[in-house]
Write a protein that binds this ligand. Sequence first.
Ligand code: PEP
Length: 259
Amino acid sequence: MRKPLLAANWKMNQTVSESLDWLADFNREIAGVLNNKDVDAVFCPPFTALYPLHQVIASQKMDICLGAQDLFWQEAGAFTGEISPGMLAECGVSYVICGHSERRTLLQESSEMISKKCGAAVAAGLVPILCVGETLSIREGGLTQEWLEAQLYESLDFWDGKSEIVVAYEPIWAIGTGQAATAADAEAACAIIRDNLREKGAGFADQVRILYGGSVTPENAAELMSGANVDGALVGGASLKAAAFAGICRAVFAENSQG
Ligand code: PEP
């Protein structure tokens, strides 16, 4: 049984003070409902908020994990503007998003770069959340499976088949559009992803958590996660409001505790 993982991707939103307010609100909303035996809740704020959030999470012993939205594959050196795996680990980070479609498209990150980032994360003891997903034209052209397989083949070059990773299926046409995939489409894509993971990590693929991302809300979260291969969600817009993200956590918790 894979423990559901719900990750909040705040993107370039929330100042430090807004992040701290958000955490207090979320903690109030979720108090007594969730604990990390049931669901892993991961917050991925901008880099600037990581350490202040870590201090509060640690001092109040909250059942919340911190994630970063990106990293660089070198540990130190002349890489202006980049951040290293060790710097993130020191801020209490345990997960890191790698290869979000916004970075693949806006910043031309290649799967080769993303594989290096994932490998550096694993080497530093962080769990990469590797994002893959197709555009609308690829989907309409009937090429979703081929696209996902190619992205996985290149982005998983780093993977030894047994270190802990998370994969997020994020169809680009569903991100920020309010038009989520159907539960059947999410399950079909996540099943393709798991089959591909088996080729490299035969004994471990069933332990890898595969998330769906794209316009997840408190109303559709449980349905989207009902497929056998969908183990959680990567949430953008709806994670900016503590109450909405808490609603998603509660919906998934209720679903999980029934089944
Ligand atoms: C995302 O950016 O990873 C995402 C899933 O965004 P949204 O939930 O807003 O579609």
